[in-house]
Each structure stands twice: as C-alpha cells, then as structure tokens.
Design a protein around this ligand. Structure first.
Ligand SMILES: [Zn+2]
Length: 279
C-alpha cells in the first residue's frame, strides 16, 4: 500500500505535475494498459490531460507531441533528480513569474486588486504530500507540514466523536485560471467572478496550507457549516493544532464569510509569503 515514497508525493512544476500513477484513473483502454504499469504520470496542469507515463523501460507518450509540451524540460529534469521520501524533500516554492504573466493576459490589474483586498500572490509548493482522500474520494494534496497537521486535527476531532471531512486542499494557479476561463465562457464578467473566487494566483489553496472542511452529510462550502458540531469543535480546538479560519465575518479582504476555510500556520514559518496574507 505505502510501498514507495513516490506513491505519496506530487511533484510540481509551473506547467506539469508528476502524479503517482496509482492515484489516477485511466481515460481509455490504451491509458489503462500504460497506467497499470506506470509509476508516475506527467500531467498538464491547465486541463489535467495525461502527457506521458514513466514505465519500467522508460517514458511512454500519452499525447502526440508530448516532447514539445511547454515546461516538459523542467518536468523531465525533476524526474531525473528522482523522488525522495517526504522528510528529505526540499521545502522551496515555485517562482511567481508564470502567474503574473497569466494575470496580465487576462487584463487583470494586479496592483489595484492587491491594494483593494490586501491579498498577495501565493507561490505553489515544489511538491505536495498525500493527506488522505477528500469527501469525493479524490487525493487530498497539502504541503508536508499541513498534511501531518490535518491528520492530527482529524484524529483529535475523532477522539471527541466529531467527524471532519476535507472538501478541497491544494489547488494550482492553472486550476484557478480554468475556473475563470469557464465562467468567462458562460458570460460572467471579471467583477462577477471576483465576488466569489479569488483571482488566479491569490487563492490560499495555492499554498498547500489551506483546506475547506465539512462534516459527513453537510453541504460543501455553505455558511450553514457554522451551525454544525464540527464547526463548533474547530472553533474551540483548531488553534491548538495550528489552524485558523482565514475569512471570518467582516474580514479586511472583502471576502465572504467562509466558516469552512481553514489555514495551517506553522509556527516556525512566520516570514513566509503565505503568512503575509493575514497581515
Ligand atoms: Zn477554501
């Protein structure tokens, strides 16, 4: 089950993610044959397409022209470096240059947004740890310390007979950009979307330190979560485990009240860009 450390780590680059193959579902017969023999899958972040698979005899392309894919060199370099156990992985984050370029292409005034909301661009971690499954049985990815802290939080709640469920953890810049693109296609304006979604690059979910929490049978991301035993427990005990609610009522960022959204602040990391959000 937990055979190799690579089976529990997501390696991240600006354009491409390297996924443990066992966590991905095949999307066709050919994919299924390759996936069953693969250790890792190179996956395009923008749309989730599988580019290539690492199999015992080398790399098998899953899309034509995968070798010309944007960011492929960086992904292959990472592959050459190998996957180490989580404890030995470097804690660095990816550069923000690509997020800035995407915002510019959207015609988005980042300086104005930063001045208005007090939010800041958030770098993605260079790798993420598997923190179990979310309520939809999808892999839940968080940065290393947050994955451990979430598991401890969940176990502590369980000891008090309170069940916590993760709804959503790490999300990439590209994923958030995709949300905006789909809403533009449906005719929503930038302002309409910004009323509900943080701009791509500005979501705390990019940090790998934030997650949306719910309880079994409760709707996801609804204000009614504040009436649950799970929320009451979080309100009293989350801080003991390093978690705080990022968007309480009337928060200075102008973000709607989100009783379901919690962030882990490792005490030794006060100077990180993630931390700057709460300033
Ligand atoms: Zn959230």
């Amino acid at each position: 089950m937990h055979a190799s450390p690579a089976a529990r780590i997501l390696l991240n680059t600006p354009d491409i993610e390297l996924w443990p193959a066992r966590l991905l579902r095949a999307r066709g017969n050919r994919d299924a044959r390759v996936l069953s023999r693969a250790s890792l899958i190179l996956r395009r972040k923008r749309d989730g397409r599988y580019l290539a698979a690492v199999v015992p005899e080398g790399i098998v392309g899953l899309l034509p022209r995968w070798q010309a894919e944007a960011g492929i060199d960086e992904a292959l370099d990472l592959l050459d470096a190998g996957v180490m156990p989580a404890a030995q992985m470097p804690a660095h984050r990816l550069p923000l240059s690509q997020a800035e370029a995407h915002l510019e292409a959207l015609g988005f005034d980042a300086d104005d947004y930063i001045a208005r909301t007090g939010l800041t661009l958030i770098a993605e971690p260079a790798w993420l740890a598997l923190a179990g499954l979310d309520r939809y049985r999808r892999p839940l990815w968080l940065d290393g310390p947050t994955a451990r802290a979430w598991q401890a939080l969940r176990e502590a709640a369980a000891r008090d007979d309170v069940a916590l469920e993760a709804v959503s953890g790490y999300r990439s810049h590209d994923y958030q950009l995709g949300i905006f693109e789909r809403k533009f296609e449906r005719g929503l304006s930038l302002d309409d979307i910004l009323a509900v979604n943080a701009a791509p690059g500005f979501s705390e979910h990019h940090s790998g330190r934030a997650l949306d929490i719910s309880a079994p049978g409760e709707p996801a991301a609804e204000e009614s979560f504040e009436c649950t035993a799970a929320f009451d427990w979080l309100r009293r005990h989350a801080v003991e485990h390093g978690f705080t609610m990022s968007y309480p009522r009337d928060n200075p960022h102008g973000i709607v009240y989100e009783p379901w959204h919690w962030r882990f602040d490792p005490p030794a990391d006060r100077a990180s860009p993630v931390r700057a959000i709460s300033a």
